[in-house]
Design a binder for this molecule. Structure first.
Ligand SMILES: Cc1cc2nc3c(=O)[nH]c(=O)nc-3n(C[C@H](O)[C@H](O)[C@H](O)COP(=O)(O)OP(=O)(O)OC[C@H]3O[C@@H](n4cnc5c(N)ncnc54)[C@H](O)[C@@H]3O)c2cc1C
Length: 420
């Protein structure tokens, strides 16, 4: 680790990896700080290995470095690349290979990577960020011209003292797992549902331990688990809240396991694999210089300072087995993400990428998915590098300069007619 960087990126998830690669490729001396031991964030440690959505209405709308990593992972495992997004099968990435390819792409871009590290202090003095890092061997500090917060939880923005917005009730989390040891075609789902209702009434099980809705465990068992439960996860942007969420997620898993093993046909039910980290859908969002509302999102508003597209249905998971508030976009609608939604209000030389962008809750339920996070990451990395090089705040950078850099690295810029 050096004492001086042009750009420090906090968080090496879907957004942060791409931001750091973009900044490094643009020539910025870049440090990526990640609390875990592996890159990819929710895509890898959360087991959500089906990044959505790079294609809309028959063409590619998100490309660039994120797509490059996804495509490289698919090629590595001999999978076919979707050409226009009409292929209904979701992509499933090998998470270890995705992370290994991300490691290499960062190193090739000259980025320093620091795992097992978190920020302990982030403050601006004399136009430069001084960042205190909590490393395994104690606190260390370094300086940077521009900071990118891609922690998903806006941890660096919070440490720097800018406002964060939360909700009284956030979306539930999910602990992804794979199970086996039974034949889903021979199970009596009506009897299972009746047994589950009894266990819920007896307080041995929560309805959300075995599915998102109250219709029982059929979907979970037929899909051999995966993204199949819900648990409450308040304040998961903090260490205490996140600890409580992880414990509750494993408790839910244990309740499910014990319940299934008592049911006919499920006596040999096995948990083959459980993600090391619970998947968190929602914590806090920044208050940005611009905020994307659900009306902006669903009308496909093209912001004057749009940096990238986003495309996904409204997808708000509800508590207590009430399922999902989901609404597809109307035909032809293609939302955009403005620069102002990535810049905390009143901040300078500070950029956000990923699910904590400035947006209302419903818009955020769609904007948070992985392809838009990657697109935001590339835009944030481009702005951070340009700001560090020119000394111009990200808000004042000429849009055309950002677009030119993004296009040089394969990104799709709103208004471009061709795909990446
Ligand atoms: C259960 C579930 C199912 C989902 N399903 C889908 C789906 O099917 N398709 C889809 O595209 N999206 C899906 N999503 C949404 C998507 O996976 C996430 O919203 C998206 O990956 C967020 O990306 P991010 O880069 O903002 O954050 P993350 O991927 O969470 O990355 C944040 C990174 O920052 C690190 N970090 C956090 N705090 C700190 C800190 N203080 N210091 C240093 N590092 C830190 C984390 O370890 C992590 O690596 C799902 C999400 C969940 C939880």
């Amino acid at each position: 680790m050096k004492q001086e960087y042009d750009v420090i990126v906090f968080g090496g998830g879907t957004a942060g990896v791409v931001a750091a690669i973009q900044a490094g490729r643009a020539g910025a001396r870049t440090l990526l700080v990640e609390k875990n031991a592996i890159l990819g964030g929710t895509l890898t440690v959360g087991g959500i290995n089906c990044p959505a959505l790079f294609f809309a209405w028959g063409r590619q709308v998100i490309g660039g470095i994120g797509w490059e990593l996804v495509a490289a992972t698919l090629v590595e495992t001999g999978q076919r690349l979707p050409e226009d997004g009409r292929d209904p099968r979701p992509m499933r990435l090998n998470t270890a290979l995705f992370a290994a390819l991300a490691d290499q792409a960062l190193l090739d871009a000259g980025v320093d990577i620091l795992f097992h590290t978190m920020p302990a202090g982030v403050r601006m003095a004399g136009g430069t960020w001084t960042v205190e890092l909590c490393t395994k061997t104690g606190l260390q500090s370094c300086r940077a011209r521009t900071v990118v917060d891609a922690t998903g939880d806006a941890n660096a923005v919070g440490l720097a003292g800018f406002e964060l917005i939360g909700a009284e009730t956030v979306q539930p989390g999910t602990l992804t797992f794979r199970c086996s040891g039974y034949d889903p075609d021979t199970l009596d789902y009506a009897a299972l549902k009746a047994a589950a209702d009894k266990a819920v009434a007896a307080g041995e099980l929560l309805v959300t331990d075995i599915g998102w809705r109250e219709d029982g465990p059929e979907a979970l068992l037929k899909r051999y688990g995966h993204n199949a439960n819900h648990f409450r996860a308040p304040d998961a942007q903090t260490s205490a809240g996140r600890s409580a969420a992880e414990i509750e997620a494993r408790r839910a898993l244990l309740r499910m396991y014990r319940f299934f093993r008592k049911q006919p046909g499920l006596e040999a039910f096995r948990l083959d694999w459980v993600c090391p980290e619970a998947g968190i859908r929602e914590t806090v969002r920044i208050r940005g210089k611009q905020t994307v509302t659900v009306a902006d999102y669903e009308s496909g508003r093209v912001f004057d300072d749009a940096l990238c597209y986003a495309f996904y249905p409204i997808d708000e998971h509800l508590h207590d087995g009430r399922g999902i508030n989901t609404r597809p976009l109307k035909p032809g609608v293609l939302p955009t993400i403005p620069r102002g939604a990535l810049l905390p209000a009143d901040s300078r030389f500070l950029v956000v990428a990923g699910r904590c962008l400035s947006s209302d809750r419903e818009a955020n339920s769609a904007l948070r998915v992985e392809a838009p996070c990657m697109a935001m990451g590339q835009a944030a990395g481009a702005m951070a590098a340009l700001s560090a090089r020119t000394g111009v705040d990200p808000e004042a950078l000429p849009l055309q300069d950002i677009y030119t850099l993004l296009r040089e690295h394969g990104a799709v810029v709103p208004g471009d007619t061709a795909g990446a």
